[in-house]
Design a protein around this ligand. Structure first.
Ligand code: NAG
Ligand code: NAG
Ligand code: NAG
Ligand code: NAG
Ligand code: NAG
Ligand code: NAG
Length: 527
């Protein structure tokens, strides 16, 4: 606890700016804290913090501090939901000895309101959210000061969770329209803007290479060193005139096979629309079943019915093998914008060495495939019609994405992986339209914005010319996974009596199934 607090103060001291808030995010299994992290100097109007990426873990976490004096919290960054919540020091998960036996369930950081002089209760009940993976969190509403990347947001409303299965809080970064509160409130993005800490309700996410330990998030700005070529601007889709999620037009997936032939899958060929939601809270990416079927035949992937997941040959992991030219290009906005994901970003080596694929599998060395079918949500009972696409971390790592909530668009560029420099442009709110934020062309899904005569919205900017080739490894910590946790996790499942789940946990060699396979996308759920 002490160590963690010390590193957060170090982060805070690196930051002096006024209109941009930046912090690094960390990927991985919460509960395993890293040592202190070097701090880069301030830059113009920028605040920064660090996102650390645990090699084998899932999810990207940020450390923030809450209350007076500050209590340090680790929170999962989630563009797929809109509420921020922290675990109460009285959360069931943290009080129950049996639950605590399971290593992955150890509460990482909890909040004790009685120790904060700035804390205020808004409603002791009234918060409940269900995520796509079936996880539920519930509790009440409170208000307190939250410090992120050295910037303090005064009196932020957030939920105080007493019942949850997750061991860290979540920092929802989506639209207020998707908040799970009876009365909508200004959430973190709104408050950063309202309190003049940033000039535009926008943030940029850079998750970086799967093989690195850190990415970053920048509030109120764009870092043009972090992407290659032009920033492609894509309007968000509204539902019934309201923007509820980072949903964009997904037109096709083009797979370039190792022998250079291409395989094109147009979403217009599907019998339903399949707009894509950009969701940092989801570890993998989920595509309509028809597309996944086509991929399965072309790539010889294998669906293990016991695991309920599609697997791929681990030989694709290496970026220097003959198959490394295999890539997935996602086209958006009627194919006017695209992001290419190399195969090694779509292969996750997370299965235990003791896992042996069934005899029908075309390969022995099995890895988890970064693309799965949305049909899985039908079987988990969370979604009736899985007619959408969820682009999670396996997609997002190859992109630099600017989420602009004020102008209802995203800017997307091919990520310049391992970027070690920084050129930050502060975003200013463009000239306002006469009408209000949530207004657009009305019913159904509509692309808002006007690309022909662009008077407001994201600026036209270009990143670097090519992928940076000189690379200095970050002096970051070495990621070690504590393998004994597998046994503890399997034992925990044994206790809860779920045979099927037990198999899954026994097989996966990662700490904490729940955190690895986070599928947040809370905005889909009406509770
Ligand atoms: C964020 O990460 C960069 C790159 O690793 C590092 O140089 C910088 O010091 C970090 N910023 C903070 C505030 O920790
Ligand atoms: C980025 O850095 C990691 C090591 O941290 C390295 O394994 C990887 O190959 C680098 N990626 C690129 C594209 O250079
Ligand atoms: C959109 O509006 C229609 C008509 O008012 C309503 O039936 C439908 O449920 C709404 N859809 C959503 C997703 O809110
Ligand atoms: C390229 O590879 C794919 C999949 O392995 C195969 O179906 C196709 O026939 C090959 N094309 C050529 C021109 O070799
Ligand atoms: C998409 O592009 C095609 C070909 O350029 C064009 O015919 C079609 O009208 C476009 N559709 C939309 C919705 O813009
Ligand atoms: C999926 O289908 C349902 C029912 O047809 C529809 O209400 C919903 O808007 C569709 N979702 C998407 C993302 O297209």
């Amino acid at each position: 606890m002490q160590l963690v607090a010390a590193s957060v103060f170090a982060l805070a001291s690196g930051v002096l700016a006024q209109n941009v808030v930046q912090f690094n995010v960390t990927r991985g299994v919460p509960g395993v804290h890293l040592g202190s992290i070097p701090v880069l100097g301030k830059r113009g109007t920028t605040h920064s913090e660090r996102l650390i990426n645990f090699m084998a873990g899932g999810g990207y976490y940020a450390r923030v501090s809450l209350g007076t004096p500050p209590q340090v919290m680790t929170m999962l960054l989630d563009t797929g939901s809109s509420d921020a919540w922290v675990l109460s020091h009285k959360a069931d998960l943290c009080m129950d000895d049996d639950l605590q036996q399971s290593a992955d369930k150890i509460c990482v950081d909890t909040f004790n309101p009685s120790k904060s002089s700035t804390h205020k209760v808004i409603d002791p009940r009234g918060f409940q959210i269900k995520y796509l993976d079936g996880g539920i969190a519930s509790g009440g509403w409170m208000q307190d000061d939250l410090t992120i990347g050295g910037t303090t947001i005064k009196s932020l409303q957030l939920a105080y969770v007493t019942k949850a299965k997750r061991n860290t809080g979540i920092l929802g970064l989506g639209f207020a329209a998707s908040e799970k509160a009876a009365t909508k409130y200004p959430n973190i993005i709104d408050q950063l803007a309202n309190q003049n800490l940033i000039s535009s309700k926008a943030f940029s996410l850079y998750l970086n290479d799967r093989r690195t330990d850190a990415g970053s998030i920048l509030f109120g700005g764009i870092d043009t060193d972090k992407f290659i070529g032009p920033l492609q601007i894509i309007p968000l889709l509204a539902t019934n005139g309201t923007y509820t999620s980072f949903e964009i037009d997904f037109s096709s997936l083009v797979v370039t096979l190792p022998n250079s032939t291409t395989l094109t899958m147009e979403t217009s060929m599907l019998d339903h629309p399949a707009p894509a939601v950009l969701d940092s809270g989801t570890t993998l990416s989920y595509l309509p079943d028809d597309m996944v079927d086509t991929l399965t035949s072309a790539l010889a992937t294998y669906f293990d019915p016991d695991l309920g997941m599609t697997l791929i040959d681990c030989s694709y992991l290496s970026s220097s093998s003959s198959s490394s030219s295999l890539s997935f290009t996602f086209h958006f906005l009627n194919s006017t914008a695209s992001i290419r994901v190399p195969v090694w970003e779509m292969v996750l080596d997370v299965l235990s060495p003791s896992y042996i694929p069934p005899p029908a599998s075309p390969f022995q060395n099995a890895c988890l495939f970064g693309i799965q079918s949305t049909e899985i949500f039908e079987t988990t009972g969370t979604v009736k019609q899985p007619n959408f696409t969820l682009l999670g971390d396996t997609f997002l790592r190859s992109a630099y994405v600017v989420f602009d909530l004020g102008n209802h668009e995203v800017g997307m560029g091919q990520a310049n992986l391992n970027s070690s420099a920084s050129r930050i442009i502060e975003l200013k709110e463009g000239p306002k339209k006469d009408d209000d934020d949530d207004d657009n062309n009305g019913g159904g899904k509509n692309a808002a914005g006007d690309s022909a005569t662009k008077t407001r919205g994201l600026p036209v900017v270009t990143g670097v010319l090519a992928q940076q080739t000189t690379f200095t490894p970050t002096a970051g910590p070495v990621m070690t996974l504590v393998t004994t946790k597998n046994a503890a996790a399997a034992a925990a499942v044994g206790r809860s009596g779920s045979g099927r789940g037990g198999e899954m946990l026994g097989v996966l060699g990662v700490v904490g199934l729940a955190s690895f396979f986070a599928v947040l996308g809370g905005v889909f759920m009406a509770l």
